[in-house]
Design a protein around this ligand. Structure first.
Ligand code: HEC
Length: 96
């Protein structure tokens, strides 16, 4: 019996460790897939390097990215879906 409880709690832990991001709208927590990150990366390359050099995700912490991306998305004139994908990409590699 003990063993079963142990395995169940391991499974619970595993399901909690899945990466989530808080989208800018803060109305939903979205689970980030590797496709989201790949799309975010190309959207970043298309939209975020026109005015300045391309920053690496590891140049800033998660807190800094959450602070920088919303005003930059406005500058880049992208919709919130693209903004969230770009956020997913940079947060996946953010400075710890
Ligand atoms: C229309 C021009 C423009 C576009 C497009 C743009 N940026 Fe910026 N970005 C700026 C300017 C100007 C600054 C510096 C001053 C400021 O913060 O407004 C800046 C600053 C930044 C900084 C802070 C750098 C530092 O050293 O603190 C980050 C990070 C950044 N941008 C990321 C992005 C991302 C991500 C995107 C795409 C969503 C983006 N930028 C698109 C003009 C732009």
């Amino acid at each position: 019996m003990k063993k079963i409880i142990f395995i169940t709690s391991l499974l619970l832990l595993a399901s909690c460790s899945q990466k989530t991001i808080e989208p800018v709208t803060k109305t939903e927590i979205k689970t980030v897939t590797s496709e989201d990150i790949a799309r975010g990366k190309s959207l970043y390359a298309e939209n975020c390097i026109k005015c300045h050099k391309s920053f690496n995700p590891s140049d800033f912490t998660e807190k800094q990215w959450r602070h920088e991306v919303p005003p930059m998305a406005k500058k880049a004139k992208i919709d919130s879906e693209k903004e969230n994908l770009i956020l997913a990409y940079v947060l996946a590699g953010a400075k710890k």
